[in-house]
Ligand binder design. Structure first.
Ligand SMILES: C[S@@+](CC[C@H](N)C(=O)[O-])C[C@H]1O[C@@H](n2cnc3c(N)ncnc32)[C@H](O)[C@@H]1O
Length: 363
């Protein structure tokens, strides 16, 4: 089948599973995104970009996020006394564009010290990353690894852009007496609808939401919970002996997510809605990142997280703005305008500036 034709194979598998009972939203998200053959991030179609695609990330806006990350990592390299190699591990690296942009921007001895590791099991992402990273793969400065392959201990950085929002997440609600989780009961709807809130044991999530709800839990309060987050953080942070953890993603504090009753979102052809059960395998599913929990879990990993900040503030604080301005004066006017637009879209509050956050932690 040509890769861009939607498949209903996953819907058939889900209907079979439904014949034995409801499917929790996180189990559904796991299948919809990562089913080995039909998952959104496992089938052969590219989903990133503007026309005809489902969603874009900060990397589609131009090279400035990669350039800002390169400047920030250069500073960390200097503070660590210029380690060589300086390894940069990027889990959820997608097309490898962040790696490409930062490798292009790095200069001098720092650029020679970098060893960039792309980590993402999406077949189309790997295919696109091989093209984007070609010069550095050929020179041995970049490497593509499988998610389950062990990473040797290193000094350097773990960076990610929009990895954590793509981890299977479960919405929970407090009904005043007990916890309920959202589950799929039918893909076709009907009298009972598509989903239901079913009583279940929330495990640690219940205590977390109770502690984090400002003013105490009210009926219908709740948020999303990523069960796999501690294990994934351990896998990606453990090999880093010294260096920087940098996550760029959308999300908020736990109290804010509880107050807004965070749930799953679906992205399809640049439209977003809460109908996470529709078009499994053919649309993206995502959830806000609980940045309070991420901070807490990083501390448990032995890192020292700083208070997260908005992407707009972070770019203004870390990007070499004066240097960029001088360099852009040398560019043809259309390219100069494109750089300015890239900067505005990363920093203006109603573009990506406020919605996206940056969490910075050192070890
Ligand atoms: C929203 S995309 C972001 C891609 C890229 N960082 C970008 O900004 O364009 C999330 C990516 O994370 C990958 N992913 C999900 N779980 C992962 C894990 N445990 N380890 C590595 N990659 C993962 C998916 O395959 C997907 O390509």
């Amino acid at each position: 089948m040509p890769p861009n034709i939607p498949s209903d194979a996953l819907a058939k598998i889900i209907k079979e599973l439904l014949s034995t009972g409801p499917i929790s939203a996180s189990e559904f998200m796991s299948l919809a995104l990562y089913h080995p053959e039909h998952g959104y991030y496992r089938r052969g179609a590219s989903q990133w970009g503007f026309d005809g695609k489902d969603y874009y990330t900060a990397l589609d806006l131009g090279p400035l996020l990669g350039e800002a990350v390169a400047a920030c990592l250069h500073q960390v390299w200097l503070e660590l006394d210029r380690p060589d190699p300086f390894t940069i591990l990027e889990p959820g690296a997608g097309r490898g564009w962040l790696g490409r942009d930062l490798l292009k921007a790095a200069a001098g001895d720092f650029s020679h010290a970098i060893r960039y590791i792309h980590c993402d099991d999406s077949p189309i992402a790997k295919q696109e990353a091989i093209q984007a990273l070609e010069p550095w793969l050929n020179s041995g400065q970049a490497h593509i690894k499988n998610q389950d392959d062990k990473t040797d201990a290193f000094i350097g950085a773990v960076i990610s852009n929009e990895l954590l929002d793509a981890l299977p997440a479960q919405p929970w609600r407090w009904d005043g007496e007990r916890w309920k989780r959202e589950a799929l009961i039918s893909l076709d709807g009907g009298d009972a609808g598509f989903t239901q809130w079913e009583a279940a044991d929330p495990g640690e999530a219940g205590d977390w939401f109770s502690q984090c709800a400002e003013g105490g839990l009210q009926p219908d309060d709740g948020s999303i919970w990523v069960e796999s987050l501690p294990d994934i953080l351990e896998t990606i942070c453990k090999p880093m002996q010294k260096g920087l953890f940098l996550a760029i993603d959308y999300g908020d504090s736990a109290p804010k997510l509880i107050a807004k009753r965070a749930g799953l979102r679906r992205y399809l052809k640049h439209q977003t809605d809460g109908n996470w059960w529709e078009s499994p395998g053919n649309s993206d599913l995502t959830a806000d990142v609980d940045l309070t929990r991420l901070t807490y879990l990083l501390e448990r990993q032995g890192l020292r997280p700083q208070k997260y900040t908005t992407l707009g503030h972070w770019v203004c604080a870390h990007a070499p703005l004066a240097q960029w301005e001088a360099e852009w004066m040398e560019l043809p006017s259309t390219e100069r305008a494109a750089r300015k637009q890239n900067l505005m879209r990363l920093t203006l509050p109603n573009a990506m500036g406020d919605r996206f956050k940056v969490l910075y932690a050192r070890r």
